[in-house]
Design a protein around this ligand. Structure first.
Ligand code: ZN
Length: 241
């Protein structure tokens, strides 16, 4: 079993709740943006490291590491990046800077945005998903970045396309043809459902199921206020936007 996690965004409370739901012994794949936005970047990095998570870099990870600037971030996101830079140790920032842009894990390539633009591209439609899959040397890809769970399936070349942009809690898709899977965001979902979003890959059954896990949103919000993160970043968690 493999848990697909992305965009944890320093939300330790959400990550802990999800890990309670993940079957014991499952491998963790993390498609980037482990830090940024939330109150506990250091603790989230430590927990994922302890669990041996396989991780790629997202735009927020690279910005907190100091590898890219904050010019392309909106004001609130940039403010959080600068706070995280100050909170993390040099060693933690170096570890973020060393994260790869893509990782091959068996039949899967992990990437934050897309294979065309690993750091920044938002894959929101079948055309962009097809380009990403076309560039992959593996059968399937897993990405994140949009904070919206999605699955794009290509069968019989690119001729037959199944697009399930809004999978619900418990929706299960067969691993057939070539798939691009986005588990949504653990730490800051944006599809109107405040619960943490993730997915569980069952290689033996060749299926992937989309999952939602409730967590203590108000506990995360309190931590964010205490650490002087922008108010809007805390408020949005209650609405899943
Ligand atoms: Zn993100």
């Amino acid at each position: 079993m493999i848990a697909l996690l992305s965009d944890v965004h320093a939300n330790l409370t959400a990550l802990e709740a999800v890990l309670e739901d993940v079957p014991r012994g499952a491998t963790l794949w993390v498609m980037g943006d482990t830090v940024g936005y939330g109150p506990d970047p250091s603790e989230v990095l430590a927990l994922l490291r302890e669990r041996g998570a396989r991780m790629v870099a997202g735009n927020h990870d690279l910005a907190v590491a100091g590898k890219i600037g904050v010019e392309q971030f909106n004001e609130d996101a940039a403010a959080a990046v600068l706070l995280h830079r100050a909170w993390l140790s040099a060693e933690e920032r170096d570890r973020l800077a060393a994260l790869p842009l893509t990782l091959n894990e068996g039949d899967f390539t992990l990437v934050h945005g897309s294979l065309r633009d690993p750091v920044w591209e938002y894959v929101l439609d079948g055309a962009a998903a097809g380009t990403c899959i076309g560039l992959a040397r593996t059968a399937h890809c897993c990405n994140g970045h949009t904070h919206l769970p999605a699955v794009f399936a290509f069968r019989d070349g690119a001729k037959q396309r199944l697009t399930l942009v809004d999978p619900r809690d418990g929706d299960t898709v067969e691993l057939a043809g070539r798939l691009l899977l986005n588990p949504g965001s653990v730490g800051q979902p944006r599809d109107g459902d405040a619960r943490a979003s993730w997915a569980l890959l069952d290689e033996a059954r060749a299926t992937v199921s989309f999952r939602r896990t409730p967590y203590g949103v108000s506990a995360t919000q309190q931590r964010m206020r205490r650490r002087s993160l922008p108010q809007f970043l805390a408020d949005r968690l209650a609405f899943g936007i």
